[in-house]
Design a protein around this ligand. Structure first.
Ligand code: ADP
Ligand code: MG
Length: 722
């Protein structure tokens, strides 16, 4: 039916009479206002596909199109074809196997050969729905079994041969769900609804939302056309044009929204001014800084200082690979804050990490008149109230802690600088709570645990300014990483022994997939026993740390390892972030196939912190998936966190990057920031150019953008991040 335009007289039947048309709101109409959608079906569409309105239906894009004129000959299929579309007659059915292995097979024949169709589910239903002797058009993922072509769970429909008469036969295919299918809303029925909807929409209902000069510059088709062509394209080329335009639109508005948050903040939120560097900074720099800063650290420090002197509130993202020395940069900025009479807070994601920051920072400052305190969930009451008093009174300069520091009870006299370490463990809401700790919000520095590829950083954290430490302190040797199978465990343990004999220490890490998983803990305990059998007391001492231990026990065990009272640390991923024991030179990761790339990199970053050559051994069973093998290969091949982050993004896709999931910032319907880099780049440049010259979108030519934003208000998760 595609391509045909229905006579106007017929159109009215598509919209129920209850609907009163008004151009600005038609897209906001509930789906059941569309003819053919009962209240019941409307409910189902909402529950199953989150289609609430006409607009949602319009944006339920087809995942592919069938070209009915392009049918493969069965004899010509080969394993190099990923998908196949064939047409022919069903010659017979057969039920094979029993119980769970029960399956239905059918043989489909064309004039060149035969292909097997297989169903493992819905056998009875399929058998009733499909008739022997009838012609079908069949589409699906092709596989070969004993040299014969096969399609499992194919898409099927009756076939009537169509001549290739130059007309378009691209038919959209939509996702549906099992539930919807049984109620008559399969992908094809959804297509019919969408078609009906498109017939009643006019140009006025889908007004242009991009400035005319952008449309001209990129040769975009109109928005109205784009929606039609993405569903019912006149040709493959038309479809590509539609996709390109709609992807651009998606990314462009994402960037505009983030940009608006940023520019509004820059213009309207007054920032505290740190006028001088101050004596504290100078004394520290001249007398106590234990090493020379790298150029990258100096550069970032300058950027932050400049922000803090500008009179605007700073919100900056600091990226740097594991071990690149982000903490010292934050500390020196805290000294500048103190030198200007402001307090600072450093928030870490775990107790262990907070404790460790506290130990190293108070150690560095021990001969300086700076008051540093630690506050975590397990701080004792008496100590806690003391800290709170110091904090409120203003004599506390630096507060270090976990989430505990953002609780309402924590009142600062004049908080000037807030640092959030290892951002991905914190939500955006927590960031916002820090701003409220002073009437003029403090400057905020967000430090990432693992690098994020630049593209993603600019998209997900587009409301923040961006600094990067792209250089490791001198003298660091790359960590030697190897992958070993389970059967080499004795050799691996012997190697650990050799390192310990040289005075080094080792980590042995077990996966913790779920915080509550019993199995994971059993594995850890079993592992611990096994490690003990390789490393018996009193020659060897072992610490064990995991999330279920009481905090004090965790802390004691950790400290024993830090002080080198124990040579081996057996743990779950609680040591993942931040922990710093420069004498540790071996990291053994058990069941390494179960970890994601950035987690592996983060764990590996626990070694290689001193001057000694360090090693990371990835232990796995013999059977691992291709994806896991790929991850391990990347780990062995490179030490560069930014490269690993790029790969991680490619493999997992942006939806899985931590910290972005709950914000919904990267949930694009069409665009994929990994594969659509070119469009993303163009959209970002366009958005930046517009906001650079017309930050309030008041120019006539930018009005389409402003109008669209106003119309969309409250419909996106963006409000959460301001
Ligand atoms: P991360 O960026 O992973 O948080 P840290 O701030 O924990 O890294 O720094 C890692 C280690 O490197 C620490 O032991 C720190 O003292 C040390 N370090 C930081 N900067 C330098 C430098 N410029 N020269 C030498 N060592 C440094
Ligand atoms: Mg750190």
């Amino acid at each position: 039916m595609q391509g045909k335009i229905l006579p106007a007289a017929l159109l009215c039947i598509f919209v129920k009479t209850t609907y009163i048309s008004s151009p600005s709101s038609i897209l906001a109409s509930p789906v059941e206002y569309l003819h053919g959608i009962s209240t019941f079906k409307g409910d189902l569409l909402r529950k199953e596909l989150e289609i609430f309105t006409f607009k949602d239906l319009l944006e339920h894009y087809p995942f592919r199109h069938i070209d009915k004129t392009r049918v493969d000959k069965i004899a010509g299929l080969s394993p190099s074809n990923e998908y196949a579309q064939v047409a022919g007659k069903i010659t017979h059915f057969e039920i094979l196997g029993e119980g769970r292995a029960k399956r239905l097979t059918a043989c489909l024949q064309d004039d060149s050969g035969e292909i097997e169709l297989v169903w493992f589910q819905g056998v009875n239903w399929i058998q009733k729905a499909i008739a022997v002797g009838h012609q079908y058009l069949v589409f699906g993922r092709l596989s070969f079994f004993m040299g014969r072509p096969q399609i499992a769970h194919p898409e099927m429909e009756s076939f009537t041969p169509q001549k290739n008469d130059g007309k378009n036969y691209l038919e959209p295919v939509y996702t549906s769900t099992e539930k919807l299918k049984t109620k008559g809303l399969n992908g094809r029925a959804i297509g019919k609804l969408t078609y009906a909807l498109l017939q009643i929409l006019t140009e006025k209902d889908l007004p242009e939302n991009l400035p005319a000069y952008i449309i001209k510059q990129y040769k975009f088709i109109s928005r109205f056309q784009a929606y039609r062509q993405i569903h019912f394209p006149a040709s493959e080329k038309h479809y590509q044009h539609a996709v390109r335009r709609l992807k651009f639109e998606e990314l462009f508005f994402a960037q505009i929204r983030l940009g608006l948050i940023k520019t509004t903040r820059h213009r309207y939120s007054k920032g505290l001014i740190f006028e001088q560097v101050g004596d504290l900074f100078n004394t520290f720099f001249n007398s106590y800084l234990p090493f020379e800063l790298t150029n990258a650290q100096k550069k970032v420090l300058k950027e932050i200082r400049k922000d803090a002197g500008s009179g605007k509130q700073m919100n900056r993202l600091l990226q740097g690979d594991v071990g690149s020395g982000k903490t010292i940069v934050a500390l020196m900025m805290m000294l500048i804050a103190a030198g200007n009479g402001f307090q600072s807070v450093l928030m870490a994601p775990t107790e262990i990490l907070a404790q460790q920051h506290f130990n190293s920072i108070s150690g560095l400052l021990k001969d300086m008149p700076v008051c540093v305190k630690l506050l975590t969930g397990s701080s004792k009451n008496k100590y806690r109230s003391e800290v709170l008093k110091l904090c409120e009174g203003g004599s506390l300069n630096i507060l270090i802690g976990t989430h505990a520091v953002i609780e309402d009870k924590v009142v600062f006299k004049n908080l000037g600088f807030a640092v959030i370490d290892e951002q991905h463990k914190f939500g955006v809401a927590q960031r916002a709570r820090l701003w409220k700790k002073n009437t003029t919000p403090p400057h905020v520095l967000v430090m990432t645990a693992t690098p994020i590829p630049r593209t993603l950083a600019l998209t997900a954290y587009g409301d923040l300014d961006y600094s990067v430490i792209d250089e490791l302190p001198p003298g660091r040797q790359p960590i030697n990483t190897v992958h070993r199978y389970e059967n080499k465990r004795p050799q691996v343990m012997d190697f650990v022994k050799e390192e310990i004999a040289k005075g080094r220490q080792a980590y042995i890490v077990y996966p913790l997939i779920e915080e509550s998983s019993k199995l994971d803990y059993e594995n850890l305990m079993k592992g611990f026993e096994e490690v003990k059998s390789f490393f018996p007391e009193p020659e060897y001492w072992i610490s064990m740390v995991h999330g279920k231990q009481p905090v004090e026990q965790k802390e004691t065990n950790m400290q024993r390892f830090v002080k080198a009272d124990t040579q081996i640390m057996v743990s779950t991923t609680v040591i993942e972030v931040g922990v710093n024991v420069p004498n540790a030179s071996v990291m053994v990761i058990e069941s390494a196939e179960k970890f994601g790339l950035s987690q592996l990199h983060q764990l590996r970053g626990r070694v290689g912190r001193g001057a000694e050559k360090s090693f990371c051994i990835l232990l796995t069973g013999s059977k691992i998936s291709n994806d896991a093998r790929e991850r391990l290969k990347i780990m062995v091949a490179t030490n560069d966190g930014f490269k690993i982050a790029e790969k991680d993004l490619e493999i997992r896709g942006p939806g899985d990057i931590e910290g972005t999931k709950q914000s919904g910032l990267l949930n694009f319907k069409l665009a994929n920031i990994v594969h659509d880099k070119v469009i993303l780049e163009a959209a970002r440049n366009a958005a930046e150019a517009i906001l650079g010259t017309d930050p309030d979108l008041n120019d006539d030519e930018n009005l389409p953008v402003k109008n669209y934003l106003q119309q969309q208000k409250g419909k996106t998760p963006w409000s959460k991040i301001s």
